[in-house]
Design a protein around this ligand. Structure first.
Ligand SMILES: *Cc1c(COP(=O)(O)O)cnc(C)c1O
Length: 394
């Protein structure tokens, strides 16, 4: 493993990362940190993980040459089809990994937080598969906004517990999940849904998602005779699908890595979720990273049309990649994302998730040349976003 681009032993990526947690959580986090590496690097774990990714999630996800989209932008554009995974996004890669780890640690009960319900549904899915008890914390407001996902989780056997404090959204659900974990340290494993939270979660989730770039190396070699594209583009909420498709390329300097954040109504407005563009260093959910805050250091409410990108922080790996200049971070507004979603749908017959549409919107912002090989990560499918697409009426 190349130590130059993963976190150090305390979970720092440069100045970002670490584990800034209340004393009451220290033992839970420490007991996970002490064992995770040896477990996930063991041959037995790797075999089981790989079997489930193949036979249950449906991996490898195809790498598709998008011919009509390529014509439009004047470059060779490939789509990494995470939308074809079981449950419809890349999130299943991580939940399979974490539930296997929970089992090996002898845990019997799983908790998770969810915003739009995508991570909650992916967690409820693997809990059903493994016969484990599942409790998902979700803001009361989000439960009302995302009812189909609440129903999905309940059908899968999970209890969905409303978070009724604060804004009744993701941040409040996360606080409830942490409180539960403090009260149930012995039997409970907390499955976090992105490359965020205290060390070791960012490292853990990045490693589980790195299967995306692992596959890309050989898929691109088979199609183009090289492992290295010119550009890799992925949307960034917390940053897990981007971390996964960047991972194997971080030390291949000639591959340009492009993350795309949600600008919402525009980065110059208050209604945005473009953390790297407008955020400053602070601490959120146990990690030192860039986050959206006011002059007093209070975390501000993010906004995006896309629920999966609507997070006020970003994983410490991305704060570091942005700071060192190894990756570039662009942003796309709600309207640009909607246009890009309609464009992909009409040109290729693929309805992307609204999150993934932000990555596609970056195609028009790059100066592409005909020989350029571009890979866009299609992190998920658009079924869940049909209402927003219908309202947009393009
Ligand atoms: C949750 C989600 C995202 C955002 O999460 P990351 O951790 O930034 O990848 C992106 N796309 C889809 C389809 C999602 O469900």
């Amino acid at each position: 493993m190349n130590k130059t681009f993963i976190s150090d032993s305390k979970g720092y990526y440069g100045q970002y990362g670490g584990a800034y947690i209340p004393e009451m959580l220290r033992e839970n986090v420490e007991s996970l940190r002490a064992v995770y590496y040896d477990i996930i690097e063991s041959e037995e774990f790797k075999k089981e993980f790989s079997m489930l990714l193949t036979d249950y999630a449906g991996r490898p996800s195809p790498l598709f040459f998008a011919g009509r989209l390529s014509n439009k932008y004047g470059a060779k554009i490939y789509l990494k089809r995470e939308d074809l995974n079981h449950t419809g996004s890349h999130k299943i890669n991580n939940t399979i990994g974490q539930i296997l780890l929970a089992k090996k640690m002898g845990k019997k009960r799983i908790i998770a937080e969810t915003g739009a319900g995508q991570h909650g549904a992916a967690t409820a899915t693997v809990c059903a598969l493994m016969g484990m008890e599942c409790v998902v914390y979700m803001g009361e407001l989000d439960m009302a906004r995302q009812e189909p996902n609440v129903k999905r989780m309940e059908m899968l056997g999970a209890s969905v517990v409303p978070a009724t404090c604060g804004n009744k959204t993701l941040k409040d659900a996360t606080n409830e999940a942490l409180r539960d974990w403090i009260c149930n340290p012995e039997n409970t494993f907390y499955i976090i849904g992105s490359v965020v939270g205290p060390h070791p979660y960012p490292d853990l989730v990045t490693k589980f998602q790195s299967v995306i770039s692992e596959e890309l190396l050989s898929q691109l070699m088979a199609k183009e005779g090289t492992e290295d594209p010119d550009y890799i583009i992925a949307c960034v909420g917390g940053g897990s699908n981007a971390a996964g498709i960047f991972y194997k390329y971080i030390d291949r300097k000639k591959v340009k890595l492009i993350g795309v954040e949600a600008a919402g109504k525009g980065v110059e407005t208050d209604e945005t979720a473009a953390t790297i563009t407008v955020g400053e260093t602070g601490i959120i959910h146990g990690s030192k990273t860039l986050l959206m805050q006011n002059e007093d250091g209070q975390i501000t409410e993010p906004y995006s049309i896309s629920a999966g990108l609507d997070y006020p922080g970003v994983g410490p790996l991305h704060a570091w990649l942005a700071g060192t200049g190894r990756a570039s971070y662009l942003n796309a507004t709600d309207n640009e994302a909607l246009d890009a979603a309609y464009e992909l749908t009409r040109l290729e017959g693929i309805i992307p998730a609204l999150e993934s549409a932000h990555a596609l919107a970056a195609l028009g912002k790059l100066k592409l040349k005909p020989a350029d090989i571009v890979v866009v990560n299609i992190s998920g499918r658009g079924d869940k976003d049909m209402q927003a697409y219908a309202n947009a009426n393009r």
